[in-house]
Design a protein around this ligand. Sequence first.
Ligand SMILES: [Zn+2]
Ligand SMILES: [Zn+2]
Length: 295
Amino acid sequence: MHFDDQTYARHAAAKIALIRSQDILPEALIGLVEQVLPLLRQARTQARVELPPAETCATTEAMFAGSPLLLRQHFPFDLEQAVGLMPPLLDILEASGDAAAEAAQALRQAFSSGGLDPEAVLRGLAAGDDTVFAPWRERLPGSPRALDFVATCALLPSLNKAAEELAARLPENLPHERGHCPLCGSLPYISLLKDKEGKRFGVCSFCGFEHRVRRIACLYCDEGDQDKLKLFRVAEYPGVRVDVCETCKMYVKTLDSRDLDQATLPDLDDMASVALDVLAQQQGYKRPTLSAWGF
Ligand SMILES: [Zn+2]
Ligand SMILES: [Zn+2]
């Protein structure tokens, strides 16, 4: 969604205030996101990405058959920018609390001693390769997703930029029978209902692209049988519903921008509706993706 900086800052501040007032997520986490938002917003305007030649992308025919334009590991991003964002992200992490501070110090130490290579971390995340990340989740039990968070945030601005530019290469009238992202093939972390007709969009958990999906279908297993699909709402959270699938037992939250009295900011609205994740998970449904922030 495109807002000027001032409008964005006002909407973001309102969402952060709402998240804080709910008293569900720890303040350290809320403060962390609050600090990171302007850094990433700024970086988004400076990101430089080089798009891959068209012949290395999926053909129109393959895309109509369901292939994404690019595989995740081939998705372009601004490596130089992402490496440069890691130190300020570690500083913000360090300032956000005890466990996070310890994690930030340990990671900084590992980066400076050569024990951890920032490029390998970023390429590992882009490729969906967990081998660099898994040991750090064990080594940092107080803040297990610290490295995921830093790497995810470092990549976000240029992945978002690349997605925006690559979207121009999507063929017209591409069918949207599947829930995955047509640019990179990743799963959506949340979905949106927009426009008067309530067209539904998935928001990609990797590149952030908002792509059209079927209104009534599971975004994870593509189940389309209405009898297998249910949804629930909670009065305290107007404009958010939870879509659950009895076939794969996954759920996704859906933001109805027509009911929300504020602008939709999927990454923050996801945090502002975390109570619904708790409810869905208590009922035995799973969420296959992380937040936009890597935790
Ligand atoms: Zn994507
Ligand atoms: Zn399903």
